[in-house]
Write a protein that binds this ligand. Structure first.
Ligand SMILES: *Cc1c(COP(=O)(O)O)cnc(C)c1O
Length: 229
């Protein structure tokens, strides 16, 4: 199947999951995850109307944005090194992978220098896996508390990547835990913090993520096919 057909299919599945959960389809945005994807297929996705392009690497995104232009939003979803913060705040419309104060402070400093306020999500390692980035679940609220006052960042919600399971149903408790954490943070009513976004759900588990409240689903293989290498 081609990119356009895949996107149409994903949209139908998303709409059905939203309907079953009593949520409007418009409450969930589709991100096409484009790591290792060639430019023609990214353009096809943009033309077909995905709301967001998601990139894992700052360098790769820089090259693509310069070549393809910046139709739609581009979000950073990969681990961010301190020395790339300067470029990240100029390139992206949102950064999903903020998981420590040191990184947030650097992004804030670089955003101020660029004259921007950059929307961010706090990445939470709900499963507590050592191989994954993200702040541990029980430390996330305190991180939000200290990042919230940074004036050139705007916290918009949370992001997670649960452990991998054969059965997507097993991801459900992790998605639910992220939503409950979002509710808990919202109840604190920290100044400047908006708990609007839950970035969760990938090709194998986005239906379950939508049922648990996802507002952005991040789909790579379901749109572009298996990645090589
Ligand atoms: C690669 C990636 C995705 C997309 O994964 P698929 O299984 O291809 O849909 C989503 N989120 C992050 C953070 C990724 O690195």
């Amino acid at each position: 199947m081609n990119v356009e057909d895949n996107i149409r299919h994903v949209r139908e599945v998303m709409a059905e999951a939203a309907r079953r959960s009593g949520r409007p389809a418009s409450a969930i945005r589709l991100m096409a995850v484009t790591k290792t994807v060639d430019d023609d297929r990214i353009l096809a996705a943009i033309r077909t109307g995905v709301e967001i392009i998601g990139e894992n690497y700052v360098q790769e995104a820089k090259r693509k944005i310069e070549k393809l232009g910046k139709a739609g939003e581009w979000h950073l979803i990969g681990r961010l090194q301190m020395n790339k913060a300067k470029y990240a705040v100029r390139l992206f419309d949102m950064i999903h992978s903020v998981d420590r104060l040191e990184l947030a402070a650097e992004l804030d400093r670089r955003s101020r220098a660029a004259g921007r306020v950059i929307p961010i999500l706090i990445e939470v390692n709900v499963g507590g896996e050592e191989s994954k980035s993200g702040i541990p679940l029980n430390a996330a609220l305190d991180l939000v508390r200290v990042v919230a006052p940074l004036e050139n960042l705007s916290i918009r919600g949370l992001m997670t990547m649960p452990p991998w399971f054969d059965d997507p149903e097993e991801s459900r408790p992790y998605f639910r835990a992220l939503r409950e954490l979002g509710d808990k943070i919202a109840a604190e009513a920290f100044p400047r913090v908006e708990m609007r976004e839950l970035s969760m759900g990938m090709t194998d588990d986005y239906v379950v993520a939508i049922e648990e409240g996802a507002t952005i689903v991040r789909i790579g293989r379901g749109i572009f096919g298996e990645r090589k290498g």
